[in-house]
Design a binder for this molecule. Structure first.
Ligand code: SF4
Length: 445
């Protein structure tokens, strides 16, 4: 029987990148990728610990897989990612249907774990290796010819915000070799990538030292800038503390770095930021905002907010609301605080649920208002859109503008990979709809 693998990915782009790595790796032991769960004989769930009830979602998902395979041979079931790292042996005990647990820093060992399964040698791999997994991986080549590609440059975190599991699930900050990243970037571009998003849990903490030279995120951006086929550069997720001068200067020097900064603040209250152990203040954040706006007024911001962090008063919440009104973030994530086992904030007194819900609604109302205002401001404007793919069964194309908005319009798939002028005629909170400008047709043909 042909070996087929199905991977379901929860969470961030780094997990998507990792799933891609896993596909590459298991190919070597004869597994082909499938999008059809029922035809797979190996099922991998790549999990995320950031969202609420992450662990329960995993068991729910495994229950769903069990049902699909009720009358068939059981597939190899692997739970990967941050929940696997945090829960390890507990998961194997609670759900015997799971065969393998593997943490994000051990993906280079996945082939051995699968091969050894028959002999039941080992079922769990969540140790942090002294040698990074990246040393073992082959380079990603963008075989699927994706127009927009991810490239992990950094992993882990040393900052230990009191609410966050990342330092425990992804380990300490690690930056990949500058030259290996460049080789991977060249491969991505050679195989059709027009946009590269550099990824890291603390992407702007990137620091790789070689022969007494330190390479920073700005060096990577400046290097990628030189590839003529590459149109756009992005990075995520950044930390206000690592928003250094050299990086801010890139918004001046680079034509390809998109003017859209995802810079998580979490709270607009200095008291709460201190309790969270964020080590930046609202003032520093505003300073970064003003500096960047001065460099390029077109730069827009998005952020992450944790609402009702333990001890958040009405006044603290209002500080967050004031900041949102000032900066007018155009696309942000906001959640009610939920404790993560093992973190310092895990056992703190929670804010009343009803109050928390009201605060979340209020902040989201404000955030969505700015998002919609921004989208409305684009109506009747002609904007540059990088065309990523054709939407299945609709004859329409999907692309993104410089601020990552989804843009949908009618067009031929020969336009995939091109930057086209699209005149926007309709918007909603999340998407823009428009028509191909006539002058483009000449340009694109
Ligand atoms: S900086 Fe980000 S990844 Fe690191 S602990 Fe804080 S929230 Fe988590």
């Amino acid at each position: 029987m042909e070996n087929k693998i199905f991977i379901k990915t929860f969470g961030c782009q780094m997990n998507e990148y990792d799933s891609n790595r896993i596909y590459h790796s298991v190919k070597k032991i004869g597994f082909e990728k499938t999008e059809d769960l029922e035809s797979a004989n190996c099922y991998i769930l790549n999990t995320c610990h950031i969202r609420d009830k992450a662990k329960e979602k995993v068991y729910h998902e495994i229950g769903r897989v069990k049902k699909v395979y009720r009358n068939k041979a059981k597939p190899i079931v692997v739970v990967a990612g941050c929940v696997a790292q945090a829960e390890n042996q507990e998961m194997l005990k609670r759900e015997p249907y799971i065969d393998i647990i593997i943490g994000p820093q051990s993906y280079h060992k996945i082939n051995d774990l699968i091969k050894n399964l028959a002999s039941k040698k080992q079922k769990e791999e969540t140790e942090f290796d002294t040698i990074s997994k990246f040393e073992y991986f082959d380079k990603i080549e963008n075989k699927d010819n994706k127009v927009s590609a991810f490239l992990t440059i950094q992993e882990g975190c040393d900052k230990f915000c009191h609410f966050c599991v990342v330092p425990f699930t992804r380990g300490p900050e690690y930056s990949r070799s500058f030259h290996k990243i460049i080789i991977e970037a060249e491969n991505l571009v050679k195989n059709g990538a027009k946009e590269i998003t550099l990824l890291g849990q603390n992407v702007n903490a990137y620091s790789y030292k070689e022969n007494s030279k330190e390479y920073r995120l700005s060096d990577l951006i400046n290097h990628l800038e030189k590839y003529s086929e590459l149109e756009r550069i992005r990075y995520t997720t950044s930390h206000p503390r690592d928003m250094t001068e050299d990086l801010m200067d890139c918004y001046n020097s680079s034509k390809k770095l998109m003017p859209f900064v995802h810079l998580p603040i979490q709270s607009g209250s200095n008291k709460i930021l201190k309790l969270m152990n964020r080590k930046h203040t609202v003032e520093t954040y505003i300073e970064i905002y003003e500096r960047l706006k001065k460099i390029n007024p077109e730069i827009e911001f998005s952020s992450d907010f944790i609402i009702s962090y333990p001890s958040e008063t009405e006044a603290d919440f209002n500080d967050t609301l004031d900041l949102v009104k000032k900066i007018k973030f155009i696309n942000s994530f906001s959640f009610i605080f939920s404790p993560r086992p093992g973190t310092k904030a895990a056992n703190l007194q929670l804010i009343d649920k009803e109050i928390s819900k009201e605060r979340l609604l209020e902040i989201q109302k404000q955030l969505f208002k700015h998002q919609l205002q921004m989208n409305n401001s684009l109506i009747n404007k002609s904007i540059d859109v990088l065309v990523e793919n054709k939407i299945d069964g609709q004859g329409k194309l999907f692309g993104r503008n410089k601020y990552m908005n989804s843009v949908i319009f009618e067009g031929d798939k020969k336009n995939i990979g091109k930057i086209l002028k699209i005149k926007i005629d309709k918007v909603n909170q999340n998407s823009l709809f428009g028509k191909l400008e006539k002058k483009n047709k000449m340009r694109a043909a």
